[in-house]
Design a binder for this molecule. Structure first.
Ligand code: FMN
Length: 438
């Protein structure tokens, strides 16, 4: 049983994590013994028409938890269920965004919950085959999912006639190729097909032309793991949680300078003050909050005075950021923002797939500029260079969001901490001087 690092249990808003922590929940007979366990799949297959399932997901208002927050039911309805030939479901379990570990939390604690969500989705969109593209380094979750799939096959939930319904279902695991870009949906499809992971230009979108050119539903792990609750309780019941435009709950993985890093299920609309100061236990003794990334390292940073920003997608958009991957990274006042930005740019430059010139060139150029600033060899011109780079990379200049993410790190750390950048351009950083003498 993996160690639980976060919230679970009987709180009314623990829709996903309610049974997490139950001994052997990873085993089919334990999961199936819980209220809801595989009963939603049974209900979907035997009592619901596929269109009704999609309509229920639409009514829930669920929005994708992988990053972009696209309306899940609407995405499902893009797949033409009646078109001849195979359709597929592909599950994005690549989870490589810095600061994000919530999908792993689901797979480690309740692999059958994910499998049930996948099977319901497959039936709804007319797919008989699903793949889980799982991050290559996720050895434990891979093993647990493989065991869960074997159990589901042995029980007949996967196979030619699940619950006696003449609707063959199968799920296969595919280990990721070890790069952040593999999580971008079209690069993931390339990788799944055995090719180098590079994004495709869109349109066509995966719902029309996805894996092997076939209509493909691609969803995040958490998105699909939410579906069994919606089918059991109804879309309207789900929509009662959260806010009007960001209904429901989501998992936030909180890391960095907090006392209780972990994965917490929160009702959307809760404030980051609640998440960071209460759920994650606040900052270490004597430290002040300086900055936090509210949705993984790709989400524009927010400052300490923005702690009362709410977790729903609209509040985050109003604060010029986003909910992204649900990774909340907390940094205290002992750390230099320019150094943190350099570290992130190293990541984005390393992970650029190289297909788009602005991302391929801009990332490395930014890293070299940061290196000059941090080595005490910077000048005000370097700040102009960084600004030019972010303008050339971010905000839709590349085929996928990786370029945006790299550019936003520069853009928003510069916008929110101009003084710290200027200190580095003068070759003096007050934060690092204080830290050095602490
Ligand atoms: C560089 C990059 C990496 C991404 N990595 C992931 C990932 O690891 N997991 C994920 O679910 N979505 C990831 N996404 C978002 C996916 O492209 C896609 O929007 C998502 O999987 C759709 O699922 P959803 O509608 O359920 O959110 C990434 C996007 C980009 C641009």
């Amino acid at each position: 049983m993996p160690e639980l690092r976060g919230s679970h249990g009987p709180a009314p808003h623990h829709l996903l994590t309610r049974w997490f922590g139950t001994s052997d929940l990873q085993r089919l007979e334990v999961y199936a013994g819980k209220p809801g366990g595989y009963k939603s799949l049974r209900k979907a297959l035997l009592d619901m028409a596929p269109a009704d399932i999609t309509n229920e997901v639409k009514a829930s208002g669920l929005r994708g938890r992988g990053g972009a927050g696209f309306a899940t039911g609407t995405k499902w309805s893009f797949i033409n269920r009646d078109a001849p030939g195979p359709k597929y479901v592909v599950v994005n379990a690549d989870e490589s965004e810095p600061g994000t570990s919530k999908d792993r939390y689901i797979m480690e604690n309740s692999p059958h919950l994910l499998l049930e969500g996948i099977m319901i989705a497959a039936y709804a969109v007319g797919a008989n085959q699903a793949w889980v593209y799982i991050r290559g380094e996720y050895d434990g979750p891979y093993r647990l999912l493989a065991e869960a799939i074997a159990e589901a096959r042995a029980k007949g939930y996967l196979g030619p006639k699940p619950f006696g319904k003449d609707y063959p279902l199968d799920i296969q695991l595919y280990r990721g190729h070890g790069a952040y870009i593999c999580g971008e949906e079209t690069a993931l499809l390339e990788s799944l097909e055995g090719k180098r992971a590079q994004p495709r230009s869109r349109p066509p979108f995966p719902a029309v032309k996805g894996a092997w050119g076939r209509p493909t539903l691609l969803n995040n792990v958490e998105t699909l793991a939410t579906v069994p609750w919606i089918i059991a309780n109804g879309g309207a019941a789900y929509a009662k949680f959260g806010t009007e435009k960001s209904p429901g709950t989501r998992l936030l993985s909180v890391s960095g300078n907090v006392r209780k890093p972990g994965v917490y299920e929160v009702e959307l609309g809760q404030s980051f003050r609640h998440v960071i100061m209460e759920l994650a236990g606040g900052l270490p003794e004597g430290r002040q909050l300086k900055v936090f990334w509210p949705g993984g390292s790709s989400a524009p940073v927010l400052t300490a005075d923005m702690l009362d920003t709410h977790t729903d997608m609209e509040s985050l958009a109003a604060a010029h950021s986003m909910g992204g991957s649900g990774g909340v990274i907390v940094m205290d006042d002992a750390h230099c923002v320019v150094r943190a930005a350099h570290r992130l740019l190293q990541f984005y430059a390393h992970e650029s797939c190289g297909k788009c010139t602005p991302c391929r060139v801009g990332g490395n150029w930014a890293v070299r500029t940061y290196e000059r600033l941090l080595a005490g060899e910077g000048s005000p011109v370097d700040l102009q260079i960084l600004d030019r780079i972010q303008q050339g990379v971010a905000n839709g200049k590349c085929l996928c969001g990786l370029g945006d993410s790299a550019g936003w790190v520069i853009q928003w750390t510069m916008a929110r901490f101009p003084d710290e950048y200027e200190e580095h351009a003068r070759n003096e950083c007050s934060v690092e001087k204080v830290a050095a003498h602490a």
